[in-house]
Design a protein around this ligand. Structure first.
Ligand code: SAH
Length: 247
């Protein structure tokens, strides 16, 4: 009946669009969607998929699934050279679990899956979807999008292994020098919110935590946010933004 091979060895896929987001780099992006609502992102559909007809009716849905490629993950994680065990940051960066038991970006086909909120659809020139809560680096190629169906897909009773709940957050403070930069920016308030949400997730690599004196940098929008870990009197760790460097 069919001349299709039963199990094709490879699939060629064409992205339907590309992400433009507040995250120019991988480092610092929250490890799941929805953890930094202040993060702005758009999905810009690329020709020939930028046809307004292709999104007709989508505006009636509040949330979308995005399937995308972790294009900045090393190719060596691809089908040729992947490793079956990964070290999730959630487990402190030492314990290993199977790659298919994780949301690691280092996986055979480098496919990512994110549930995001859809705020707006602009079809004036091409198609641009405004999203909230995306955990995607700017430039991420998107392979597909689908509306989210809560009656079928929301499973609050589900077991979630080593990640049973949202990760704990850290307190964040901003030095006066950092506040001064925000004060003169038109997007100062939303950038402050974004910085707070991103640092609260503790972007420091798990194995580095404890190296207090180290200065880290996270790029958000057009700025480099320099921060350091500090211990308060009770021994609680807090992240302090010591400087915001504008590009
Ligand atoms: N929700 C997705 C992503 C989880 S991993 C999923 O479960 O499949 C989230 C991490 O992916 C972020 O912390 C960010 O560092 C990384 N990331 C985002 N976009 C990426 C890209 N285009 N290439 C490689 N890594 C990316």
């Amino acid at each position: 009946m069919t001349d299709q091979p039963a199990s094709p060895e490879a699939f060629a896929m064409t992205p339907i669009g590309v992400i433009e987001s507040d995250f120019p780099d991988k480092f610092g992006i929250p490890r799941q969607p929805g953890l930094a609502d202040a993060a702005r992102a758009s999905l810009v559909l690329t020709p020939p998929f930028d046809d307004p007809l292709a999104v007709r009716g989508l505006e009636a849905f509040s949330h979308l699934w995005l399937t995308f490629v972790f294009h900045l993950s090393p190719e060596q994680a691809g089908p040729e050279r992947w490793t079956p065990l990964v070290r999730p940051p959630r487990l402190g960066g030492n314990a290993r679990v199977g790659v298919f038991a994780s949301r690691s970006t280092h996986r055979p086909n480098r496919l990512g899956l994110s549930l995001v909120e859809l705020l707006d659809i602009d079809t004036a020139r091409g198609v641009r979807l405004t999203l909230r809560g995306a955990d995607l680096v700017s430039g991420t190629p998107v392979l597909d999008l689908k509306p989210y169906l809560p009656w079928a897909e929301a499973r609050p009773e589900a077991r979630a292994g080593f990640a049973p709940e949202a990760p704990p957050t850290l307190a964040v403070s901003l030095a006066p020098e950092a506040e001064a930069v925000l004060a003169r920016r038109p997007d100062g308030d939303s950038l402050r919110e974004l910085i707070r949400q991103v640092l609260a997730q503790d972007p420091r690599p798990a194995y580095r935590r404890g190296a207090e004196e180290r200065l880290y940098g996270v790029r958000l929008r057009d700025v480099d946010v320099r921060f350091q870990a500090r211990s308060d009197a009770a021994g609680e760790t807090r992240l302090e933004v010591v400087e915001i460097v504008e590009a």
